[in-house]
Design a protein around this ligand. Sequence first.
Ligand SMILES: Cc1ncc(COP(=O)(O)O)c(C=O)c1O
Length: 405
Amino acid sequence: MNFNNIDFDTYFKNYPDANGYYGKYGGAYVSPELKKAMEDINEAYFTICKSSKFISELRRIRKEFQGRPTPVSYLERLSGSLGNVQLYVKREDLNHTGAHKLNHCMGEALLAKFMGKKKVIAETGAGQHGVALATAAAYFGLECDIYMGSVDIKKQAPNVARMKILGANVVEVKHGLATLKEAVDAAFEAYINEYEDCIYCIGSVLGPHPFPMMVRDFQSVIGIEAREQFLQMTGELPDAVVACVGGGSNAMGIFSGFLNDPVDIYGVEPLGRGEKLGDHAASLKYGTEGIMHGFNSIMLKDENGEPAPVYSVASGLDYPSSGPEHAFLHDLGRVKYDVVNDEETIDAFFKLSRMEGIIPAIESSHAVAYAMKLAKQMGKGSILINLSGRGDKDMDYIIENYGIR
Ligand SMILES: Cc1ncc(COP(=O)(O)O)c(C=O)c1O
């Protein structure tokens, strides 16, 4: 398929280019020492991860340990309540550890093992990436340091406990807003001193090249499975695919399966409390081009051009930028990026729980909320939602702040 002069038949061969660029976005803006570490990882990725030994081991792990393929479920009662549009969910909540994050963590940790590294290091927001990486580290017998902001440590207590039980060292980050951006800063700083023996396992399609590409490729299993499953279930492709976008890994995972199809694709960002800077984390909708955490993308900036403070009810979405490939697809118009606010999200959280018996993560509830609005606009057709994770981690927070509705 050709879209705005981009040939999507050959898209994955051409993007990113050899230097990690998706158009003008991406790259690797890091110190000379880290540049060397990134080049080593890039080379290892193309030699090790493309080898049949690595691929067959990852396939085995996905099937025997992660429980893949995750199913696609038809949402009969929710669809019925919205009119004539049929809603389906790709059940990443049923992936081991309860979210899509394990897809890239097992890949990254397997790479670390092949490279002879002893330790993995990462940041986490909602704690899902931290839990997934702690799980992968336990599986492969690697040490694991997880950097997490104090605010998120309090909000996501069950995930903190899980990481500790799995043997990870949770490092509290207290400065600034003490959320995801500060956790990334701290984890990168630690990595600079330890890169010989350890590998940074970023939590999304973010950071310097090759991370956005590697994470996308490991997550593409979602889109590959979902496309085949949807065709098998319905005999056709969905009219629309919807996913929430924080850094953008679950979204790139499912989108990658449909970029070359006549399917409308929607990325959903958190509008939080409203449109004022500081009240949301909708970087693609309201941001401008800029460099942070080693990559060029679209980001929310304060009056000094620095990453702006952001907010979302979902800890996993409150990041002032998104992956460079999303910025590229945004400018191209191949993916439409839109927003839902906290209130719409909480409403969707309860609707999916009550009408389908699936408690979604607050992050994923953003995608559900948007699909519910889209269904009303479309009037007919089908929507496939990526249900990126389950909501067990969010239940105490929801009950404390919103009560039972
Ligand atoms: C369940 C869930 N969905 C989505 C996200 C957002 O991350 P990404 O945009 O990389 O998929 C997170 C992040 O922690 C998450 O835990």
